[in-house]
Every structure is written in structure tokens, then in C-alpha cells.
Design a protein around this ligand. Sequence first.
Ligand SMILES: [Zn+2]
Length: 322
Amino acid sequence: MSFSAVTKNELARVVGGKDCCRLAELAALIKMDGSVQISGQKKLSLNIVTENAAVARKIFKLLKNLFGLSTEILVRRRVRLRKNNVYLVRIPSQPGIEEIFKALGIGEAGAAIAEEGINKELIARDCCRKAYLRGAFLGGGSVNNPEGTYHLEIITDNFKHAQELAELMQSFNLPARVSPRKNWYVVYLKGSEQIVECLNHMGAHAAQLDFENARIYKDMRNQVNRLVNCETANLNKTVNAAVRQLENIKYLADTIGLEKLPKPLREAAELRLQHPDASLKELGELWDPPIGKSGVNHRMRKLERLAERVRSRKVDHGFKES
Ligand SMILES: [Zn+2]
């Protein structure tokens, strides 16, 4: 199961403790996935469609619990494309159905679910805003597996609703942004910490923990990789330097002879020839008395400069010296 599905299944089981929060969550679910059907003589019924069984059960329970009207769930198996189930939670036309529309702030005749923004009364309190966010996520949200790119989104075809969802998230210091995608509007979060916060506000605590663990593991792996790369680079640098030093020393031995060098340089050259793989620090410890890394480095540079001088002289004087 995808991380998104696991998160939704967890959130589908989170039930707000207060009626105000349940109403806010139900309003969000209806806003995202609901439609009002009008049949002859202004008979209204309410349909809410979802592909997630746990979400369908939640909508059913919330409706029953808050309004106690006759409610039904229908399951349809899709035959084309993704062969998944589609659940329809339906409140058939009946006396008292207007109460639902009134409570949810859906306009007269309910026709305008898609166009209106969020009823401000429903999201006046922090607890209700969190519940609304949970409902909106259950209705049209998804979140990437934290092992990949960090991304959480809620999509809606209603631009005003998208903007208000972003504002609602911003009221929790989540820097949500809105961007268009074909005929849809995507409200999204990118930062790992913000996604963790958002999961926390919605009440997906298990998903939040999984997310944090995956993030910590990923960060650590990246850090280790960086460290290994850095050490490899340093090692390569050391090896390249040693190879160059050996070339210079062998060149000096072949041209002017190591015995002609001043004692400190001769010592350095001989030690390097005897210990081609040693680091400068290790070489320094072989001296009697030992000398520091910078002392060794200083001598190696002198040898290098000397070798360069000899080389350039040979070029200047052609074959005269050989
Ligand atoms: Zn509340």
C-alpha cells in the first residue's frame, strides 16, 4: 500500500471529539467530493463519492451521528482503467435534509457546493480548522513516500477553495502554495518539516512517525555519502601528491643525484622513496627527531621547485648537459 493510502487509512479512523470538529470535517469531505442532486419539485439528495472504503465509512458515520437521517452506501466496481471500487454515500431526499445544507453552510438549493468558499463559522476555532484540513486531505489529498521527494498536496477544481485551504494551512504556519494543474488547483507543501507538522495537525501520528524515521534515515545516508565522497577526494589528493613527489625525486636522482642535495632535502627524498604510500604526517614521524606535517610539506615543495628548475635548465640548454 502506498504511503498516501496508509496515511488516509489512519486519518479515516481519527474521529473528532467534539461536534464542532465533526461538522467541520464532514463539510470538507462534502466540499471535496460531494454533489447535490435535484430532482422534480425541488427534491434534494446528497451524494458523496470516494474510492477509499475507510473514508466512505467515516462519511457514513459522521452523517448518521450528526444528523441521524437515513443514509446509504453503494459500491460500484469500476470495469475500465483502474479496476478499483467506488463508494457512493447517499442521503436520499427526505424531510430534514435541508438541515444538513444549513449546518454545512451550503447555499440555498445546495447547487453551489463547487463555487462557494469555506463557511467561516465552521473553521472559527483551531480544533475545527485541523478537522477541516483532515477532511480536505481525505477528500482530495495525497502525500509522497518520504523516501522520495517530499510532497503533500490537496487537489480541488475550485480555485477559491484552494486559496482558502492554503490560507487555512498558513494559519498553522505551514507555507502552503497553490498552483494550477490542468483543470485543477493543487494546494501543496514541499518541506519535510512542514509535512510532518501537517500530518501532526491532521492527527496522522503513526504516519508522522514513519515519515520522520524515513527522513532521519535519508538525511543520515546522505551525510554518510557526503563524508565518504569527501574522504575519497582527500585520499585521491594525497595519492596524487605522493605520486608527483616520487616523480620529482626520481628525476632529481637521475639528473643531479640525491647525494648532491642538502641534508634535509636528501633525507626527505630518501624517506619518500622508502615509503611511497605514507602520508606527510606519517613521513614526519620517521624523522629523528620527528618533524611536523608542515615541515615535511615544506621540504617536498623545495624538492618540487628544484626539480622544476632542473627541468627548465635542460630545456634551455638543449643536450649540453647530457
Ligand atoms: Zn472544533
